[in-house]
Design a protein around this ligand. Sequence first.
Ligand code: THU
Length: 158
Amino acid sequence: MEEILIETKIKAYAVAELPDELKALAHLSFAATHGAYAPYSEFRVGAAVLLDNGVIVTGNNQENAAYPSGLCAERVALFYAGSHYPGLSVRAIAISAQTGGRQTERISPCGACRQVLLETENRYQHPIQVLLCGQETVYIAESAASLLPLSFSGSDLK
Ligand code: THU
């Protein structure tokens, strides 16, 4: 038997020390929470996706009375980007949430969103910085792959 240790590096920043471009992305992800359609959970999530040409696309969670028919903020934003800017790689995504009118602590993308982030990384052959935004601090993972160890991807289908 052999034990295999898989490690992930996360950088923890105070919001004030983030580079300007990423600080703006974090703020835009929080602004996007206001457009969420979340009448069931009342948990509003916003995502802001930075593309290779500097364009920023935002999205928010869209819920449904038939719960699984809704979609997370991250996938709304990523699919919009993939649909409208198919030639541009994704450089970074910031994620924020609010409930009861207050920004929550950092949240982390669900498994399905991690899988879509990984697909996007593979599609453009470029790592995506993932920013998990709280009011005071932001965690940054340097790639989606680092958040999804032992993942399944297109290369497994060949
Ligand atoms: N949600 C997101 O949009 N992104 C996440 O990273 C976690 C959860 C949404 C799904 C659902 O509309 C609500 O938050 C509560 O789970």
